[in-house]
Design a protein around this ligand. Structure first.
Ligand code: NAD
Length: 482
């Protein structure tokens, strides 16, 4: 094994857990590179005690003081970008360039956290003569963040800088499939000067997540992962009276109108469907081509063929994921869809869990590939005569993370923007991820709970408001409120 067992980090120290050991497999070649314990309730309990002990001192300093750690953390993310990107590449299988992009996004979020003293100030007003009301943002206490395998560094950093800068102490439960990057993040936070116990990691799977949802010492939980588990976490966490925000899966629709710029649309769509091997909750997955669009479909196929496994296309996370993705392609083909570009059976030097870019035409809305999340580099193309039919397909999805329209008509772009049932909408953009300070979050079954996980919206999630009413000079300014 290239790396030793990946340990929990509690109180700034590696703590060996005692749950069953799971192999951490490099999806690029199938080699076991580490192992991780599947921690249970005892480890969560230990982490909560530690985070709770750290809370008073950490929340007791000012926001301006707390963000100093994140100025340093941003610098360390930048200085260690190459090494962290290599680790992400190794444990997740995405390309080095994609791994670097997620660290860059972590940097951007950290910059936002550094600006919190400017944007998260409370409010004050003289509401009556001599009487003021003020509201202050107060941290919640111990909070938890549960993350998926597809962004080992970015998704944890959707929550770490904001939640901690706002005065909370945190337990991260990373995906057990990619535990290594999380521990490196813990080291960088430590090196940035974060006091021990403010950030803790408990590795594990279902049992650790359930323990987090049940623990009375945890005030708030964020979850990012599949819709199936997002629902479980939302229901279990809120029934235990916690604040919960749970982001789920996605089926993102791209509506392509005949007047779309062919080259631009094709390169954007091909990049969106194949980026991170299609394992992005913002990936283009279903395209609805309106009217005569063969010229654009041809260009998408040509662009897809330039994306080569092992060169500019990473692997998917596991053999099971590869088999699941390929079975969707085969089922669509058996139901009459036409596979224009076929990525089944891909491998690099005979190894790894690869699926090549796959473009499937003549998909019907009632096929599984049209409605279910495939989570691979696969584009399912449906055809309609009108934009309203295309919008009806998009609106009919259970999910609602992202939707994009490709057109050169401002009027049509605006029409689709208004009608799309998705939290993040793109115009001539294949991956419409909002940049900070705009927040990230879908609609429908792509998100449970109110507000978004990043940006300004996250400030409300990670704090509670204390409203204070003050009478400064009781004698001289008497009125009905005195
Ligand atoms: P997953 O739901 O399998 O796992 C996510 C987390 O939940 C992991 O930490 C895992 O250990 C835990 N978990 C798994 N099964 C559990 C169970 N039965 N009970 C309790 N906890 C459980 O998701 P994944 O496969 O790691 O990630 C891929 C999914 O995440 C996709 O559906 C993707 O769309 C979604 N995702 C969504 C967003 C978003 O912003 N909406 C972002 C990234 C990924």
């Amino acid at each position: 094994m290239k790396y030793p067992i990946t340990e929990n980090i509690i109180g700034g120290k590696p703590i060996l857990s005692n749950g069953d050991l799971l192999d951490v497999v490099c999806p690029l070649d199938g080699e076991v590179i580490s192992q991780v314990h599947l921690s249970g309730r005892a480890a969560v309990d230990e982490a909560v005690k530690t985070a709770n002990n750290a809370f008073e001192a950490w929340s007791g300093i000012t926001l301006k003081e707390r963000v100093q750690v994140f100025f340093k953390y941003k610098q360390l993310l930048e200085e260690n970008m190459a090494e962290l990107s290599a680790l992400i590449h190794e444990e997740n299988g995405k390309t080095i360039g994609e791994a670097k992009a997620e660290v860059e996004k972590a940097v951007e979020i950290t910059e936002f956290a550094c600006s919190l003293p400017q944007i998260a100030a409370g409010e004050i007003q003289e509401v009556s003569r001599g009487v003021e009301c003020r509201s202050d943002r107060v941290p919640l206490g111990v909070v938890a963040s549960i993350s998926p395998f597809n962004f080992p560094a970015m998704v944890p950093n959707w929550t770490i800088p904001n939640a901690i800068a706002l005065g909370n102490t945190m337990i991260l439960k990373p995906s057990e499939q990619v535990p290594l990057s999380a521990n490196r993040i813990a080291e960088l936070l430590h090196d940035a000067g974060l006091p021990d116990g403010v950030f803790n990691i408990v590795h594990g799977g279902q049992e650790a997540v359930e323990a987090i949802c049940d623990h009375p010492g945890i005030e708030a939980v964020t979850f990012v992962g599949s819709t199936k588990v997002a629902k479980i976490v939302y229901q279990r966490g809120t029934s235990n009276l916690k604040r919960v925000l749970a982001l789920g899966g996605a089926k993102n629709h791209l509506i392509v109108l005949p007047d779309a710029h062919p080259e631009m649309a094709a390169s954007n769509i091909a990049a969106s469907m194949t980026g991170c091997a299609g394992q992005r909750c913002m990936a283009a997955s279903a395209m609805v081509a309106v009217g005569e669009s063969d010229h654009i479909v041809e260009k998408i196929c040509a662009a897809a063929k330039t994306i080569i496994p092992g060169e500019n296309l990473g692997s998917v996370i596991s053999q099971a994921a590869k088999e699941r993705i390929e079975s969707y392609i085969t089922a669509a083909e058996e139901q009459g869809a036409k596979v224009l570009v076929d990525g089944r059976g891909a491998a690099v030097n005979g190894k790894g869990f690869y699926v090549g870019p796959t473009v499937i035409d003549n998909v019907k809305p009632d096929m599984k590939i049209a409605s279910e999340e495939v989570f691979g580099p696969v584009l399912a193309i449906m055809r309609t005569d009108t934009v309203d039919e295309a919008i009806a397909i998009e609106n009919g999805s259970d999910y609602g993370n992202a939707a994009s329209v490709f057109t050169q008509s401002g009027k049509m772009a605006r029409y689709v923007m208004d009608k799309a049932s998705a939290g993040m909408v793109g115009v001539n953009i294949g991956v419409p991820v909002p940049r900070e300070p705009f927040s990230f979050g879908g609609w429908n079954e792509s998100k449970f709970g109110s507000g978004d996980i990043t940006g300004k919206s996250s400030i409300d999630f990670w704090t509670k408001l204390k409203k204070t009413t003050i009478k400064w000079n009781p004698e001289s300014r008497v009125n009905w409120m005195s």
